[in-house]
Design a protein around this ligand. Sequence first.
Ligand code: EPZ
Length: 419
Amino acid sequence: MDFLKAISVRESSYLKGTIEIQGSKNTVLPIIAATVLTDGISVIHNCPDIKDVEVMCELLQCLNIKTCYKDHVLSIDTRKAQYAMLPYELTGKLRSSVLMLGAMLGRWGRAEIGMPGGCTIGTRPIDIHLEGFSRMNVDICMKDHLLCCDSFYLQGCDFHLRYPSVGATENLLLAACGAKGRTILRGAAKEPEIIELCNYLQSIGVLIDGIGSDVLVIKGTKYLCCADYINVYDRIVAGTYLLMAAAIPSELLLTGIDDIHYIKNILKVCAQLGLNVIRFDRCLHVWSNGIVAPGKFATGIYPEFPTDLMPVLISVLLRAGGDSQVTETVFENRFSVVDELKKLDGKLYVKGNTVFIEKTDQLCGHTVKATDLRQGAALIVAGLMAFGYTTITDTSYIDRGYEDIVGDLNRVGAEITYI
Ligand code: EPZ
């Protein structure tokens, strides 16, 4: 990663224009992993042009799977797929590499992969993933820094996830597709990304009951076909721009929002902050005078307000005319935005799992450092609110999930550039 990349952003008094919302990162990554289960050519439409997709394709290439990406269309040819070990040099670059475990177990009954990487927002254990695999008759060990999973006879099971982990639900779903008999996942995650993965798996021939609920019943089969998939819009990217529009006087048209259902919780918070929203066709017309109402907010598992938008919400609340609080309930260490916002003269502090945000008269431009994807986006939003110029360093993190945040903001009148 080119960590030296930096972005300069100037205070913005008004944003106006159209932003096309990109395809969802966290939906497409598990679906890319799921193509390993198939034998043929799959085409994924509306696939975002981001670093994490690039690395996921490199992982497939290690398995002799051909990928071709052009104009947001990703073709994946698994006809000559061959089992191989996936090295840490690649798996360590993103969190979703862990999903190759489930996909490879589903196809070959074994997998050897380096440990997954991803944003440093907590300890991010994978114990629930591994517990589920061992219930499916998988032997698991660590060998030469590789996670080795092997199953002579992958067997469906009845497993209760003690926390509705998104990644563990996805991983177990993928393995269950190739397991003998029926797998029941109780306490499963219900995030939109899980619903989309289930729909995709159904389209390739897996029988799944309970989609959208916390009990998923999967009937494994070895005979899976290929299917095309049209990716949904990225609800977190949409949420980033919605929150930004609440904090900066603006009139924006967000396009590509085909189903408003997935962002209902986000829209509710934005309305509370003072953003006006009208929906028509596949668009959201949003506007505000930049006056933010203070409040108490908490993140949670879907359908609560997503943890991924917590750093952006904190930035926006620095504009509020009173004190606010944001409580994080999903990750134990996701507050790196706080120290950086203090450098911009933000008045805020962390106590336990809550960030207390005090009324801040004016943020002031400074140099701040991106340390993860969403925190980086939050710093850009803060930079648009801060007097003068703000420089955000290490912005390669942001490229992992936002296709063209600098271009998007330029097009609506922001003064923002790579330096
Ligand atoms: C997914 O991460 C997303 N990543 C995250 O988005 C998102 O923040 C998160 O879900 C929650 O919505 C992708 O989809 C690639 P989890 P994931 O397993 O699957 C604990 C972004 O910015 N846990 O639901 O890793 C864990 O420590 C990223 O796009 C265990 O204890 O999230 C955490 O506290 C960042 N044991 C909680 O569960 C396990 O085995 C939620 O983690 C697994 C998780």
